[in-house]
Design a protein around this ligand. Structure first.
Ligand code: ADP
Ligand code: MG
Length: 256
């Protein structure tokens, strides 16, 4: 199924009781893309991402991940699909009772097929990949700075060598310098490992510097899906405000 899109969302509606969150959302994303989903707080970005991973079912419509229909896939297929995805949820929460090493090793140990020597090697590789030195593996999450937490969480999400990386507001809470470092790290890893990235972000620099695709959620709909230029040209009031505010004009001035 290597020719299948990474994600295909078709006619998805999502409602929680009376709260209609998505109205007929459709999108297709090919391998290697870097998609940013933007939209106002509470508009349903995280829910859409959870639906793409199969952690939540839409009320209506279908979602295919890596060529499999999530609604009809059996439990084993769902687990296999999840093993092919890395996920970094909002806040990048690590297990607070585990060391950095044990956090990163967690999914590998769950497989119950690898010995500890190999696990140690794989964790060390991921640590160096995200720019953390081996001594930080022994620290507890509470002993890490904000930037280190993100890197450790990224290492954990990369440990299974995912084909798709889902990131929910990965740079939220980082100062501009750390945020830029994190984006540069993502770009380098994307180039090296060739995975697909689906992220939620409000960060204009990330959109400008990293993403190949931008999706804009507003009024329960995907009001724009395409290039950053498409999003900038979108007439929806949310998009007008988001892509044409003062800060946006500074960021996009030179390139768009
Ligand atoms: N499990 C749930 N049960 C009920 N309502 C939910 C649930 N998850 C999300 N919602 C609602 O769905 C809407 C979209 O939430 P979310 O996707 O988290 O927004 P955001 O775009 O900020 O990520 C919100 O109104 C939220 O209250
Ligand atoms: Mg959210």
């Amino acid at each position: 199924m290597s020719g299948a899109p990474v994600v295909r969302v078709e006619g998805v509606w999502t409602a929680f009781g009376d709260n209609l969150v998505h109205r007929d959302i459709s999108l297709t994303l090919q391998r290697g893309a870097i998609l940013a989903l933007v939209g106002a707080s509470g508009c349903g970005k995280t829910v859409l991402m959870r639906e793409m991973i199969g952690l939540q079912n839409p009320t209506r419509g279908r979602v295919e991940l890596l060529g499999e229909n999530l609604a009809t896939a059996d439990a084993q297929t769902q687990q296999q699909l999840r093993n092919r995805c890395g996920v970094l949820f909002q806040g990048g929460a690590l297990f607070s009772a585990l060391t950095v090493f044990d956090n990163i090793a967690f999914s590998l140990r769950e497989l119950r097929v690898l010995d500890e020597t190999l696990i140690e090697r794989l964790v060390a590789m991921k640590l160096s990949m995200v720019g953390l030195d081996t001594s930080s593996a022994l620290l507890m999450p509470s002993e890490l700075s904000g930037g280190m937490v993100k890197r450790a969480a990224l290492a954990r999400s990369l440990i299974m060598e995912p084909e798709v990386l889902f990131l929910d507001e990965p740079t939220a809470g980082l100062d501009p310098v750390l945020s830029e470092e994190f984006i540069n790290l993502l770009r380098a890893l994307h180039r090296e490992l060739g995975f697909t990235i689906i992220m939620i972000t409000h960060d204009l620099d990330t959109l400008n510097d990293l993403c190949t695709h931008v999706g804009v959620l507003a009024d329960q709909r995907l009001v724009s899906f395409g290039s950053l230029d498409d999003a900038i040209a979108c007439e929806h009031p949310f998009a007008r405000e988001f892509f044409h505010g003062k800060r946006a004009r500074q960021v996009f001035r030179h390139t768009h």
